[in-house]
Design a protein around this ligand. Sequence first.
Ligand SMILES: [Zn+2]
Length: 438
Amino acid sequence: MQKYINIIGLEIHIEPNTKSKMFCSCPQDHFGAKPNTQTCPICLGLPGALPYANKEAIKKTIKLGLALGSKISEKSKFYRKHYFYPDLPKGYQISQKDNPFCVGGSLMSKKINHIHLEEDAGKLIHSGDESLIDFNRSGCALIEIVTEPVFNNVSEVLSFVKELQLIARYLDISNADMEKGTMRLEANISLKALLGGGRMDSREVGNLPDYKVELKNINSFKFLEKALKAEIERQTKALDNSEKLKQETRGYDEKTKTTFSQRTKTDSDDYRYFPEPDISPINSTEYIVHSTKIPELPQAKRDRFMDMYKLPKDYVEILISDLERANYFEQAVKLAPDLTKSIADLMINKNMDNEYPEPAGFVKKIVELTKIEYASTSDLEQAIKDVLFENPNIVDSYINGKGQVIGFLIGQVQKVLQGKGDPKMINVKLIESLQKNI
Ligand SMILES: [Zn+2]
């Protein structure tokens, strides 16, 4: 019986695909760039440098908020969040606190607390005894999605982050690529004891445990799954032994398959937030106008594909998981609606779309393939003859008005032709032959 309920919240960072960083004109895309080649006095935090907010990044943040049903703050502000770390030369990060761009919203019925925009820190690279710093990432725009602690199991968490990744791609906000670090995850987790029978004490509903453990530096979905499972196991054991769990940050060790303590929080962190004096409050309403064109989102596309194309669920999932491929599929189907199933088959099982940049070429090829595959008319006629000869009772049933037996006969003909008969042709020829018997 379940003794505890997991209470999990997420913080998801997404680097938007803007041209430039959050507060300067250095390139936002830093993947694979030579260290410290994409910096300027603003993103290095040199004294006297003045930041100016990237409108494109604000637009993308608001677009995401609108897609997730958040309320857009009319006046939004940037704050300085102070802390000391070598990858943050200014000694503060420009982030948001009160009035973030987007408040509330939800995805897959999971409540979102808010979405804010901030700048990224540099990257520390540890090699041997030395630590090196690459400032290419310093000052890059970073969208943070903070959920409420509303997840109770690991699979819910995984579905949510994958769907969010897909939405970021559909909205052209970011490629949200975990490997390239354009999507990064943090989870906080605590366990709460249940009463007998797996019920929650009604007085306790809504009361969160007095600790939470933050899991940081999660760089893949697989890693997230393993880290959460390991942490749930650790906390379960501790609670079983009546140990008191503490507020801390933990990492996950792939080798030992356990989490380890990185930092214990003694008091709540004091970041001494204060409004960023160099950037005036931002009127979000003008951005809403620019961002309201929300395209069809993954769930809507999923539903529509199921409904329109009558494909198996796993086919639909594969097709919609890549917007470009989903569009390609639809263009191909428009050209040859009869071949919907073959188009999907050849895309999913053979990746044949990769060989044809244009759907038209792909469809032409399928038509050729389908023709070659079909048995010749004479073979087909011979097969029909044989089947009718071998099934006199069925032929009688047909003559006596049992039209539905045709399905059985078509199946038998296909069997003789080893599935290579053109279904339409079999139907026509079969009826022709049967009519002769009446
Ligand atoms: Zn810069």
